[in-house]
Design a protein around this ligand. Structure first.
Ligand code: ADP
Length: 163
């Protein structure tokens, strides 16, 4: 059984992430979405909130898709999931340098797990969680970048309400 891990912060999950998940799930028998705690990024949503959001958004998608939180080294997490590949999305050239370095170092840590890059649909490539949050904070509409349920989660969070 071919298993791949798609790691990320998903703070919040966007239409870009969902497109990569849809494409990735076609390629493997099981796709494990790894939701990292990553406190360095000071996420808007807690890891439990992000897990719940990702679960809800991938429900009903074709293919076997698991959603798992992790706070360990990515390669250790991938190995524990029985994965032979790490899936990453590439947006613009700006992503390349960071991803190139990560993939290179991960290869040194575990040469039996390949990093595979996928491109989202061209129309979804500019979408980034960070900008979605910035737009929402300034009162702009994020409806073109996330699903209606996620847009509502972000708005509720900014209003200070509990989920
Ligand atoms: P990280 O904290 O690891 O950057 P993100 O949640 O920001 O996590 O992104 C997870 C992965 O999804 C990364 O590989 C990122 O490049 C990719 N990604 C995010 N948004 C898009 C998009 N719009 N198109 C393609 N890939 C994307």
């Amino acid at each position: 059984m071919k298993v791949a891990v798609y790691p990320g912060t998903f703070d919040p999950i966007t239409l870009g992430h969902l497109d990569i998940i849809r494409r990735g799930a076609h390629l493997v028998d099981k796709l494990v979405i790894g939701v990292t705690t990553n406190p360095a990024k000071e996420p808007m949503f807690t890891v439990d909130e992000r897990l719940a959001m990702v679960h809800r958004e991938v429900a009903g998608m074709p293919g076997q898709i698991d959603v798992v939180a992790f706070d360990s080294l990515l390669m250790d997490f991938a190995e524990s999931q029985g994965a032979t590949a790490i899936l990453r999305g590439l947006r613009a050239v700006a992503d390349f340098e960071y991803e190139f370095q990560m993939a290179g170092m991960n290869q040194k840590l575990n040469d039996s797990i390949e990093t595979v890059f996928l491109m989202a649909d061209v129309s979804l490539q500019p979408i980034a969680s960070k900008l979605v949050k910035e737009i929402a904070r300034f009162g702009g509409s994020i409806d073109k970048f996330v699903t209606p349920a996620v847009a509502e989660d972000v708005r509720r969070h900014l209003r200070g309400g509990s989920r």
